[in-house]
Ligand binder design. Sequence first.
Ligand SMILES: [Zn+2]
Length: 274
Amino acid sequence: MKRLICVLVMLSMMVMGVCGMAEAAVQSTANGDVLYQVALLQSLVQGYFDGIITVGELKAHGDTGIGTFEGVNGEMIVLDGVVYQAVSDGSIVIPSDEETVPFSNVTFFDVDETLTLSGIADMAALQDAMNSVVNRLGANCFYMVKIEGSFDSLKVRSEYKQEKPYRALDVALAEDQTEFDYEGIRGTMVGLYCPDYMSALNSSGWHFHFISEDRTRGGHVLQVSVGEAEAAFDMTDGFEMILSRENVFQGMELAKDVNEAIHRAETATVGNND
Ligand SMILES: [Zn+2]
């Protein structure tokens, strides 16, 4: 009898142990430390602007992030579970869940580290400050960040929705980019840091989008100086990507080096497309 009880106790301990492991695995996913990516920046830059998943589906994979919409119809900002669309006139609309997405990165945000920013003169200085945290915690993980506060000056861009046949993104933006300058504006920059090795699937380093505190203005950040702001970092060690099975996508040469076009698409201002 004693032996039977002993075996039962051991069995129940084993079952509990297995359950404990399963619980831990579920918890790690529930913590959301997975960066979810729709397609490649390389497919977007080469002109694949067709939506691959819906906004509704995207929201199931994250509450914070950046991206764009079918036809590159504006810049996407995902914040606190809401998907915002900064359209060509710089204003914000809330897209329906049926709207589709050709490129995006989202994650479920949790704060791993914070940094106070004060008197940051330009984009290079902002990236240096943000890199001090990334380099300390580990530059080979992904980071989703939220920078909330006051911005002394800010230049953001959006673009006109493209019609088929689609051009390469940098070519389309050279004609159809719209830019907006703000001074003393409050709001949140949502940013993504990708490690150097991601340069074949996305762009390495930082990519920021902005939305104003009153949620009326926003876009892809070209230039910035930060007054006072708090940056929150979500260190992310998982990666998941969804691709299109569609023929045009499958026919694309996605290993082609388009880094110069990506650089132009991310940084060029009107009348300065180099
Ligand atoms: Zn962008």
